[in-house]
Design a protein around this ligand. Structure first.
Ligand code: NAD
Length: 341
């Protein structure tokens, strides 16, 4: 894995050899010409990311935004009136922008949006006369991502890379996200330049799809560690151990993990943690469950044997539905298991 520094690398190598003299500046080439950018999906993450992107772009550049929820696009334009245009549809974004970022909920949304952008395969003749750089920040399965990448490359309309992220809404707002990217070597520099305007770390894990594979493997582990921590804490506390003493011991011992140390599920163990504020905020149990499902499905599709997946899945399904747990931080698993609060 490589952490990539934010070097502004021109995208010229990604353009077809026959491309005419570029009419607009692509990232980091001549400063005299405008560049055009697109952002699709102005939700909890995307809205803040697009705002940070717009704030760091040169004033003369134009950012085209689009969301099926027209209220989100309208609000974005109201809050960021300079250099922003609301596109009528995603095809218009693809036609007008050289770099397009997508931040969408699920695989079917990514598939649908890219189908609209890439078909008919006439972007190079009808839009900006350059290959596009498409950066998808959604958390989806690697197979869907690979098929979208293939549609972009086989029609020579663009280079598609996966760049799922971690850091949550707080990181999106603060511009401190970590991106895990799967990209061919020549796309790493340009993608890093773009993503560095919305985050602080870009980790290149390998070719297209590698970012998603890394993210899903990590979030699978996180989901299981979260359950195991809740069970271990509950066990110790019900045996009469003092919660902070137990957590302190685990956190200098072999059981230490992110849920035990940073996001301990027992209220009062860590000041300011979601558990200590009634499990509000943090990493929503529905999102944790979404990532777990994607990881399990993708592993099963690749014949990877998983021993704990089905149990974990069943538990998160129940936690997500439980009246006293739904909509809360995923550490609420502790409450669901009857942990002492
Ligand atoms: P969200 O549901 O808040 O936002 C998604 C946005 O996409 C919505 O505004 C929706 O209207 C829009 N959208 C849906 N279909 C569309 C279409 N066809 N065309 C245009 N816009 C469309 O989701 P989010 O929390 O912002 O997450 C986005 C992605 O990032 C997801 O894949 C999620 O798993 C991932 N992610 C989220 C977090 C988090 O903490 N929220 C953290 C890391 C990764």
């Amino acid at each position: 894995m490589r952490t990539v520094s934010a070097i502004a690398t021109p995208l010229r190598r990604l353009r077809p050899a026959t491309a005419r003299q570029p009419s607009r500046r692509h990232f980091s080439s001549s400063k005299d010409l405008q560049a055009t950018w697109g952002f699709i999906g102005l939700g909890r993450m995307g809205f803040a990311m697009a705002r940070n992107l717009r704030a760091k772009l040169p004033a003369e550049d134009t950012l085209f935004v689009q969301d099926v929820n027209t209220a989100a696009s309208k609000q974005f334009l109201e809050e960021n009136p300079q250099g922003v245009r609301v596109a009528d549809n995603v095809r218009e974004v693809a036609e007008k922008a050289e770099t397009v970022i997508t931040c969408l909920p699920e695989p079917q949304h990514v598939r649908g949006v890219y189908k609209q952008m890439l078909e008919p395969a006439t972007l190079l003749s009808e839009g900006v006369n350059n290959q596009r750089l498409f950066i998808d920040c959604s958390t989806i399965d690697p197979m869907t991502s690979a098929s979208v990448a293939e549609s972009a490359s086989s029609t020579k309309q663009g280079v598609f890379i996966d760049a799922p992220m971690s850091g949550g809404v707080v990181g999106a707002q603060a511009g401190t996200l970590t991106f895990m990217i799967g990209a061919a070597p020549e796309a790493v520099g340009p993608a890093t330049s773009v993503l560095s305007m919305m985050g602080k770390r870009v980790l290149h894990l390998g070719g297209q799809g590698a970012g998603l594979k890394g993210k899903l493997a990590n979030n699978y582990l996180l989901a299981l560690n979260n359950i195991a921590t809740a069970e271990a804490m509950s066990m110790g506390i019900q045996w009469g151990l003092e919660p902070k003493a137990l957590a302190g011991m685990i956190n200098i011992s072999t059981g230490k993990c992110w849920p035990s140390e940073i996001n301990n599920p027992v209220p009062g163990v860590i000041e300011g943690s979601p558990a200590s504020r009634g499990y509000e905020g943090g990493f929503g149990v529905a999102l944790a469950n979404k990532d777990l499902k994607l990881a399990i499905k993708s592993a099963k599709d690749s014949n990877v044997k998983l021993a704990l997946a089905d149990e974990a899945q069943a538990l998160y399904d129940k936690v997500e539905q439980a009246e006293n747990c739904k909509g809360r931080d995923f550490s609420v698993v502790y409450r669901y298991l009857g942990g002492k609060e």
